[in-house]
Design a protein around this ligand. Structure first.
Ligand SMILES: [Zn+2]
Length: 276
């Protein structure tokens, strides 16, 4: 852990990664990025399937999640959860890419393996499609691990380890999402459930598909796999909620580190006006 001294820390000290997340190493930056440095490493949130179930229970009940160095503390489930049977093969080592941005912008995170596929941007509850990168020949959306207007992490002041702790919890939630996926036709509230994943089933092809029913020009529906995102559900982030909850002088939700009024607020206002 960081030393308990009050000296000012240089943001993004490599030392903080070396101490708390030594499995991360600096790597070549992707092409066409604003990043000042890039880091790759593995995070394995769960040491067993039981600990994944324990995490799910604690998260759903709003209890503190303890973790260190990208590994959650082993907690046993206190009672049954409907998703328990699906949480098998949870000891996944996740390879992640971190792109450190010039201050005051927040870092960005990408899941390389198991790949956060480009099409997850359509069906996943927390992607950052606006942070899409090309890396190792693939197009990969960013991970929306928090709204910068809400999370207490501040890239000008805080240790990068704090960001990675939050990323560890996101990764754990994402693994639950992957294992609990169901095949839907059409989006809520009219979506129809077609099939559920079986415990331990590996999904070979999770690409969404467009199907035609009746008049092929008009009746287009999308079949897609989407899972359960556990824990307290964040407010639906859209222009209306942004404008309602983020003050003009608060940090923008997007992670630029700028105030909301000088970043996305004008755009959110314009989008809201159009949708009305
Ligand atoms: Zn913004």
């Amino acid at each position: 852990m960081g030393a308990a001294v009050t000296t000012a820390r240089t943001p993004y000290q490599a030392a903080s990664l070396a101490v708390d997340y030594p499995q991360f190493a600096q790597t070549r930056k992707p092409d066409q990025t604003t990043a000042t440095s890039a880091w790759v490493g593995e995070i394995q949130p769960f040491s067993s399937d039981e600990s994944a179930r324990g995490f799910l229970h604690r998260l759903e009940e709003g209890k503190t999640i303890w973790l260190h160095g990208g590994r959650l503390r082993e907690e046993l489930p206190m009672k049954a959860h409907w998703a328990d049977p699906l949480l098998v093969n949870m000891t996944v080592r996740c390879r992640l890419l971190i792109l450190i941005q010039p201050l005051p912008a927040h870092p960005r995170a990408y899941l390389l393996d198991p790949l956060f596929a480009e099409h997850y941007g359509l069906v996943h509850p927390h992607p950052r499609y606006d942070q899409l990168i090309e890396y190792e020949g693939k197009r990969i959306p960013g991970l929306c691990i928090y709204s910068a207007s809400e999370f207490e992490y501040d890239p000008r002041r805080d240790d990068i380890s704090k960001f990675l702790n939050q990323l560890t919890i996101y990764t754990a939630r994402h693994l639950v999402w992957l294992r609990t996926r169901q095949l839907f036709r059409g989006f809520p509230p009219n979506g129809v459930l077609l099939r559920v994943l079986l415990p331990g089933e590996t999904l070979i092809n999770d690409m969404p598909s467009v199907v035609f029913a009746g008049d092929p020009r008009r009746m287009i529906m999308l079949d897609y796999w989407s899972g359960y995102w556990p824990g307290p559900t964040a407010r639906a982030f859209n222009p209306a909620t942004h404008l309602k909850f983020i003050g003009p002088n608060q940090q923008c939700w997007c992670g630029s580190g700028s105030t909301y009024k000088s970043c996305h607020r004008p755009l959110d206002k314009a989008k809201l006006a159009i949708s009305r």
